[in-house]
Design a protein around this ligand. Structure first.
Ligand SMILES: Nc1ncnc2c1ncn2[C@@H]1O[C@H](COP(=O)(O)OP(=O)(O)OP(=O)(O)O)[C@@H](O)[C@H]1O
Ligand SMILES: O=C(O)[C@H](O)[C@@H](O)[C@H](O)[C@H](O)CO
Length: 180
């Protein structure tokens, strides 16, 4: 029987607004699949982190070099023949062009949830630089991926395990093949 699991190196970009669960889900996906993980938050400059901590959203000019650094990381993984998962808000279509371009090896996972649910989760989260007050700006900037971007869209109402299982199924990876 043919194994439907991706055979060539694949990179998943886990996108969504702040608090949608990107870091949590991307890290768990990487662990379960045995793929390399990176958090887009770690590619920000100290200035950008300070700006968000102070309650100011980043603009396109501040985000563009950040997206370029993440894309360089993705390209290095693929060049090394590694599969990987990266958490990155990737809110606008133009940002996703920088991150993904036309590469068939890079796939989007979109974590979709209501403002109310995400606000509750951010308020319950501690020790993170991103304030809940920036959530409105995140939703205002969000351009949900269109069908042409072939996203794997998953609702975030259930826990991380269920989300990871749903993504694996969409990738054609049998449940028994992900270590739980
Ligand atoms: N599916 C889930 N069910 C319940 N709680 C979750 C789920 N996913 C994430 N959380 C919790 O919600 C909070 C936000 O998750 P997380 O930090 O992963 O989001 P994020 O999208 O990476 O945020 P940011 O972009 O601000 O870094 C965390 O406290 C996390 O433990
Ligand atoms: O695109 C942006 O507005 C920001 O960079 C944020 O989304 C952060 O990266 C992060 O997701 C918040 O913790």
């Amino acid at each position: 029987m043919t194994d439907p699991r991706p055979t060539a190196p694949t990179v998943l970009v886990v996108m969504g607004v702040s608090g949608s669960g990107k870091s949590t889900v991307a890290a768990l996906l990487a662990e379960r699949l045995g793929w390399t993980f990176a958090d887009g938050d770690d590619f920000h400059t100290p200035d950008s982190i300070a700006r968000m901590r102070d309650g100011h959203p980043l603009d396109d000019a501040a985000r563009q070099p950040w997206l370029g650094r993440i894309r360089a990381w993705i390209d290095a993984r693929l060049a090394a023949g590694e599969s990987a998962v990266v958490a990155c808000s990737a809110l606008k279509r133009a940002y996703r062009r920088t991150l993904i371009g036309a590469s068939p090896r890079i796939r989007l996972v979109f974590l979709e949830g209501s403002r109310e649910l995400i606000q509750d989760r951010i308020r319950a989260r501690h020790g993170h630089f991103m304030p809940a007050t920036l959530l409105d700006s995140q939703f205002a900037a969000l351009e949900p991926p269109g069908p042409d971007e072939d996203p794997i869209t998953v609702g975030i109402e259930e826990g991380p395990d269920a989300i990871v299982a749903a993504v694996a199924t969409r990738l054609g990876i049998p449940a028994g093949d992900i270590c739980g």
